[in-house]
Design a protein around this ligand. Structure first.
Ligand code: NDP
Length: 266
């Protein structure tokens, strides 16, 4: 039976095993996908041992995405842009690093939610690893403009220069956007980033990469300020997993039922 694993530190919260087992069941594939707690000092050995012992595919989460990327022999364009890997596998004995966060977000926004990005003005709040991982995919959707805004404005500036987008400090934002994506970790503590109400207009669609059983505080704030629709990031989680699964098995899982089941289990 194929062996797959997700590594991180911490890792107990990960929902990846459920998602991948559900994909596999629907496609009639037998696999064993486990969580593995890996400390930073054990990263290289863990990756090497897993693949030497016949492991088929690995997902990588915080804080190992950069370290996994650095170990790869081959990096996909998405991983190269992100400078981080969330998906590893072997190709003719060489370690390939991919990053599926951007494809996952794009699939959720455009396919699951049916939002249009082309010719739209997109604001992305945050400038951490998640933003670095999704900017290339967002640019591929041909928006009119992307603005990265971050509490530490220097990090937003750096991403803006790298990806050829615009940047702003949070408190200098002064107009509404078509799509506003919260990619900060503020929501993990039940907070929301300190952004002005004016970024939400009557045409604004709001997305929070964080997800939970109830709408996040960012979603509630956006809807309270007149956003057309607000979504959390559960769909991105399921879609980035589907993109990883596709790299390992060459088959794209159907995500609708899995997303529904995950939503019900939150
Ligand atoms: P990082 O730690 O790399 O970056 C965190 C970002 O959040 C930084 O830009 C930081 O700003 C900002 N931030 C943190 N707290 C606050 C606050 N109180 N107010 C304003 N800004 C704040 O995290 P990641 O980029 O890896 O992840 C960001 C979020 O996206 C996480 O919550 C993560 O769970 C989620 N995520 C969801 C995915 C999904 O599939 N749904 C996939 C990937 C990530 P500063 O630079 O100033 O410190």
């Amino acid at each position: 039976m194929d062996k797959l694993v997700v590594i991180g530190d911490p890792i107990s919260h990960s929902r990846s095993p459920e998602i991948h087992h559900a994909f596999a069941k629907a496609l009639g594939i037998e696999l064993n996908y486990e969580k593995l707690h890996v400390k930073p000092e054990d990263l290289e050995t863990s990756i090497e041992n897993f693949f030497t012992q016949g492991g088929k595919g690995m997902n990588v989460t915080v804080p190992h995405k950069g370290g996994a990327f650095a170990m790869a022999d081959i990096v996909t364009p998405a991983a190269k842009a992100a400078k981080a890997a969330n998906t590893l596998y072997l190709q003719e004995g060489e370690l390939v690093a991919d990053n599926t966060d951007g494809r996952g977000l794009l699939q959720d926004l455009t396919h699951n939610l049916g939002w249009t990005l082309k010719a739209k003005r997109i604001l992305i709040i945050g400038a951490g690893g998640a933003v670095r991982g999704v900017l290339k995919s967002l640019l591929c959707a041909n928006p009119e403009q992307i603005v990265v805004a971050n509490r530490t404005v220097e990090k937003a500036r750096e991403l803006a220069v790298t990806f050829g987008v615009d940047f702003s400090a949070l408190n200098e934002l002064d107009e509404a956007f078509d799509i506003v994506i919260n990619a900060t970790s503020a929501g993990l503590g039940g907070e929301r980033p300190a952004v002005p109400d004016c970024i939400i207009g009557e045409q604004t669609y709001a997305y929070d990469m964080v997800y939970g059983a109830a709408p996040t505080s960012f979603m509630e704030w956006a809807l309270g300020n007149g956003a057309v629709q607000a979504s959390d990031g559960l769909g991105m989680l399921v879609e980035q997993a589907a993109a990883s699964f596709e790299m390992w098995y060459g088959q794209r899982p159907v995500t609708r039922d899995v997303l529904q089941a995950m939503r019900e289990s939150l």
